[in-house]
Design a protein around this ligand. Structure first.
Ligand code: PLP
Length: 289
């Protein structure tokens, strides 16, 4: 049975409760993180906690736990759920209060942490890649905040699924920024390119690790705006996230990407990424550069 953390207590999932007046439920007023766990170790924990702290600052919600308290809480959830490989979801909302758009006078944030299984990449994806479609980005102007308010992302992802694809790649003002729940990379003439950080994309932890690995292994790379035309002309297209790692997109808008198979640079980066995971499994996270 899954054990969750809710407002200071560790409880079986079935016993965890929040008020129906919680602003997360009523308004989607909260932020979240998803952290993969390998061999019982929280992957890139420091980076995830930094991004969480930033999201909280941006929505003006004081962080309810210190860095150490977060660490202890998360490690305890991992331990109580058997260690090994898992995916940790954590959410902080502005708490229970009578419904009013204005912030409550006294906020008691609701803190929730839950573990779920981490699915390894299917062999079929490694061999054949996945399909994606481009769609207009209908989200708000602060996609850099990891907000729980995800209705546009949900509608976009479902539209992609309805078209037989696994992800929607989002176009705004003549630029492609990211997927509905993933960051975007393209490869052109041996160079890896990803859009620079800004208000229209989430600063992905996987994205940053891929850039770090590219730098450490002399893979040409650059942060630059990507147009729909660049995307269509790319030799490789990747979508990255903590739970799906690096997905090779081999069909885009019903057309083949490159040769229609996962590309050579994707294979190389996947190898580097898996090696990095293995180091973390065995020795823990290396200090951030
Ligand atoms: N962009 C969006 C909109 C996301 O929801 C996610 C992850 O869920 C990402 C990018 C990838 O971020 P990360 O690599 O930190 O999982």
């Amino acid at each position: 049975m899954s054990i969750v953390y809710i407002n200071g207590e560790f409880l079986p999932l079935e016993q965890a409760q929040v008020s129906v007046t919680d602003r997360g439920f009523v308004f989607g007023d909260g932020v979240y993180e998803v952290i993969p766990v390998y061999g019982g170790r929280l992957f890139r924990l420091e980076q995830h906690l930094q991004r969480l702290a930033r999201s909280l600052r941006e929505i003006r919600l004081p962080d309810p736990l210190s860095g150490n308290q977060w660490q202890q809480c998360l490690q305890e959830v991992v331990r109580r759920n058997g260690g090994g490989d898992q995916s940790i979801y954590m959410q902080i909302t502005r708490g229970a209060a009578p419904r009013d758009h204005a912030f409550p006078k006294q906020t008691r944030p609701t803190v929730y942490v839950v573990s779920s299984p981490l699915q390894p990449m299917a062999a079929e994806i490694e061999e054949q890649g996945v399909a994606a479609v481009t769609l207009p980005d209908i989200r708000w102007q602060r996609c850099d905040i990891k907000a729980i308010t995800l209705l546009p992302n949900i509608l976009l992802r479902q539209q992609a699924l309805d078209q037989g694809a696994v992800e929607a790649i989002l176009v705004r003002d003549g630029q492609v920024n990211e997927g509905a729940a993933s960051n975007l990379f393209i490869v052109k003439d041996g160079e890896l390119i990803t859009p620079p950080k800004g208000p229209f994309l989430l600063p992905g932890i996987t994205r940053d690790l891929i850039l770090e690995l590219a730098a450490a292994h002399d893979i040409p790379h650059r942060e630059a705006a990507i147009s729909p035309r660049d995307l269509q002309a790319a030799d490789e297209v990747w979508l990255t996230s903590s739970t799906r790692e690096i997905l090779p997109v081999t069909r885009l808008d019903q057309r083949r990407v490159g040769e229609g198979k996962p590309g050579a640079l994707w294979r190389k980066m996947m190898g580097l990424y898996q090696d990095y995971k293995q180091i973390v499994r065995e020795r823990g996270e290396l200090p951030a550069a």
